[in-house]
Design a protein around this ligand. Sequence first.
Ligand code: ADP
Length: 275
Amino acid sequence: MAGCSHDCSSCSENCSSRDSKSLLKKPHELSDIKKIIAVVSGKGGVGKSMTCALMAAAAQNKGKVTAIMDADITGPSIPRMFGVTERAQGSENGILPVVSDGGIQVMSMNVLLENEAEPVVWRGSLISGTVMQFWTDVIWTGVDYMFIDMPPGTGDVPLTVFQSIPLDGIVIVTSPQDLVGMIVQKAVNMANMMNIPVLGIVENMSYIKCPDCGRKISVFGESGVDALALEYGIPNVAKIPIDSELTKAADTGNIENFQNNYLSDFFDKISKKLK
Ligand code: ADP
């Protein structure tokens, strides 16, 4: 193409020399991040942040240096779940993430706002730009596993993250009352378009456990998630029950101390695959 600057990141032409890898952005020069997993969902409220938090807690409990980038700019819930109330600090080199009591590095819109109840009423491009700054301007130190809590759906931010950050894979979160098939299919197709592996699928709010006999009750009917995983070749499936103790732990900022981490084995399986 005439006048090509060979900088695909600032050009929208779809010419033959476009290399999708060239859209990848470098992290901060002082950052060191080994594995990156994005947690995605088709719609809000299905437990994407809960899944992201439990996976991070599982990694941290197994002695991995863990980080969470909360890319859900307009609905950030990660700091609350980890009891993180401090504001992020800057150094002359860049922005430093806030560290949870258990040692997880966290960056989120809510650790930048003066008041966490302040709404973020921004256009998509500004939101995507902020997420990219979480990648390029934040100093992430010696991270074994970074989990990215994506906003729901397949909009601007997921697209920017998929194109700009070298993800090792995604985990898809659904709930049984979701239109599971279609939503999973959309997420799988998006990941395939971007050549990113789907590492696993989590069905949240999958069942409740009878407090008297311990039997699992599928409140929303039988789950089709295993069949779906088989159909799309998704290697790992986890199911999280509706558990009021889990809600309590998340609401009181104690998610990293939650004893019965439903995603502990799931994280093991995924981390083995990523080695
Ligand atoms: P999303 O990120 O998909 O919008 P969240 O993870 O923020 O959803 O979850 C929405 C709400 O449901 C939160 O209050 C969370 O504590 C609660 N929640 C999520 N999963 C469970 C669960 N398995 N059992 C009980 N409460 C849950």
